[in-house]
Design a protein. Sequence first.
Length: 202
Amino acid sequence: MNNVPPVDDAAPQSDVVPVRNVALVSTPATVSNAAELRAALAAADDGAVISLASGEYAGSWVLSKSVTLSCDAGDASLVGDGGAVVVVQADDVEITLRGLELRGGHSEVGGGVTVTGFCTVLLDGCTLNGNRQGEGPGSACFVSAGTLQLRSCELHNNGIGTAVAAQGVATLRMANCSVTGESATTGALVSVRAGAEALFED
């Protein structure tokens, strides 16, 4: 018969604490040129944060996922390359552009940013400069669906006519923004019409 020692319930136990429900925080991807940015956007999961190093990123950037593009240094530029700088047509996404310059876009509407999906797009601390539109409104920004928010943004020299235009089933929100340099031949630097809603704050 084997002599098995009894279990001592009072014996010291290991200091191992089970870990449950830990949220994993992903490290932002860092890119330094347009090819790397395209690859990062293609591989991004919803909610991804992509940090842009200083420099220029040429292209017409069609964003279809919930992502944040940011530059802490404030000297990264998305530069238009034959279309609007940023285009958002997707529904049910939340997109943030932070600390970026959007420059040199040219589109029928919204040379800097064109939003036509039922989504939310936030420009935070961005500069829109030197963008143009064709026959339509909104040399810098155009939104016809969803919500476009501009917070602490500067809009300069964005062509002739309306700089920011909202229409259709869109909501436009602008807070602490400056709009200068446009020749407002239509009579307004910001246009809200055809059922759109707008909120302006200092």
